[in-house]
Structures are given as structure tokens and as C-alpha cells.
Design a protein around this ligand. Structure first.
Ligand code: DC
Length: 220
């Protein structure tokens, strides 16, 4: 039996940063499921699919093969065999990913791959529905969150550090809008699983959060 840790939470709560560090310390694989939705979104953008046309998205889905691999200890997401890691971290792809992830057929296709991987691999997987839908029997479930104010500030600082111009109020509004969409969609909305442990990272350092999860993993 493989050992699985599920991490869910809203955008900007620190899921990927924390999960990567926990994976390294425990010697297990880190799986970022958001990257799979983003790769599928990139495909839809390239195909000029209208984001409002769910039928078209479902039909196009059949032509997109999204797979995961590891290169130099890092997750790589492939779209029909092409490494698209460098192309999926844009706002446009993020918005399209959030839009297409409300569609059951899109989710089913990606969830099946996530479950198959978890069955045979010790891993920490992050997303929105990992503890609730993808890995209901995970050994440990964490719900990682932080206030929208703190999450917006982290994103703002990141963009400023990259030398990009940005508006704090706009970033906060975008985060709140995405939270709303992820939490209120009909299929697999973002919510804390009944048996998940809530970790609010608003006033914790990265090291403190990692230590807390490692300690919980020792018990589970
Ligand atoms: O975590 P992220 O921002 O890279 O995710 C991009 C979008 O994909 C996000 O708006 C919600 C969606 N997503 C999802 O619905 N289920 C997951 N397991 C992971 C991401």
C-alpha cells in the first residue's frame, strides 16, 4: 500500500511551497494537480475554444493527453508529450483552468490519472478536491488556508520581487473571485474534508508549517 498525503486549500495558501518541502524531507513525490488543470486549459486556449462553450470543451478534451513525469526531482506536466511547465503559470491560463475545472468530464479524466498514480506511489498531492474526492482514504489530509488579505499580500510581494507592476486591491479581488468560483461550483467544490486537519498559515512561517505537517505525518 502506498503512503498518501492530501493537501487542499484556496489559491495562495502556500500549498505547493509547503508540499514540495514536505515531499523532499519525507523522500516522497510531490504532485501538483493544479498543473494538470492548467495544461488542459492551455490546450483549450491554443485551440481557441470559447470558455463559455462547455460542449466544445468536453469534445476537445478527448484530444488532450495530460500526463505527469519527474525530471531532476521536479514534477513535469506534459500536454500531448510536450513539456509545458514553462507555459502554464500565466493569469490567462489560471483563469481558463478555473473555468474548465467546473466541468465534470474534464475532472473525471484528470482524477482518474491522479488516483492511478497515488495507488502505486508514495506521494503528497495538492489541489482542491484531493481529500474529498481523489484520495478519500489518504493517510493524512491537510486543509491549508490563510486570509485573503495575507494571500493577496504574498502574491503582491512575489510580483513586485519579479519587477512587475501590480495593484494590491485588484489582486485581492481576483483571489476572492477565484475562491468563490472554486468553493461554489457544483462538482467537487473546494471544501475541507471532515477528517482533514485545518492549518491556517496566515501567521506561520514556511518552516513552522512544514514542521507541523511532518509531525502529523509521523502520527499518521
Ligand atoms: O492550484 P492552481 O491555481 O494551479 O489551480 C488552477 C485551477 O485549477 C484552480 O482555479 C482550480 C482548479 N483545480 C481544481 O479544480 N482541482 C484541483 N485538484 C486542482 C486545481
Amino acid at each position: 500500500m502506498s503512503y498518501n498525503i492530501a493537501v487542499d486549500g484556496p489559491a495562495g495558501a502556500g500549498k505547493s511551497t509547503i508540499a514540495k518541502l514536505v515531499a523532499k524531507k519525507k523522500g516522497i513525490i510531490y504532485v501538483d494537480t493544479g498543473a494538470m488543470y492548467r495544461a488542459m486549459a492551455l490546450f483549450m486556449i491554443r485551440e481557441n475554444v470559447d470558455p463559455k462553450d462547455q460542449e466544445a470543451i468536453i469534445a476537445k478534451c478527448a484530444d488532450a493527453n495530460v500526463t505527469l513525469g519527474q525530471e531532476d526531482g521536479q514534477q513535469v506536466v506534459y500536454l500531448n508529450g510536450e513539456n509545458v511547465n514553462g507555459l502554464i503559470r500565466t493569469e490567462a491560463v489560471g483563469i481558463m483552468a478555473s473555468t474548465i475545472s467546473v466541468i465534470g468530464e474534464v475532472r473525471a479524466k484528470l482524477v482518474e490519472k491522479q488516483q492511478a498514480l497515488a495507488k502505486t506511489t508514495d506521494l503528497i498531492m495538492d489541489g482542491r478536491d484531493i481529500g474529498t474526492v481523489v484520495l478519500p482514504n489518504a493517510n493524512l489530509k491537510i486543509y491549508l488556508t490563510a486570509s485573503s488579505e495575507v494571500r493577496a499580500k504574498r502574491r503582491f510581494d512575489e510580483l513586485i520581487a519579479k519587477g512587475q507592476k501590480c495593484d494590491f486591491a485588484q489582486i485581492k479581488a481576483d483571489i476572492e473571485e477565484r475562491d468563490y468560483r472554486d468553493m461554489h461550483r457544483e462538482i467537487s467544490p473546494l471544501k475541507q474534508a471532515d477528517d482533514a486537519i485545518l492549518v491556517d498559515t496566515s501567521y506561520m512561517t514556511i518552516d513552522e508549517v512544514v514542521e507541523k505537517i511532518l509531525a502529523l505525518a509521523e502520527e499518521n
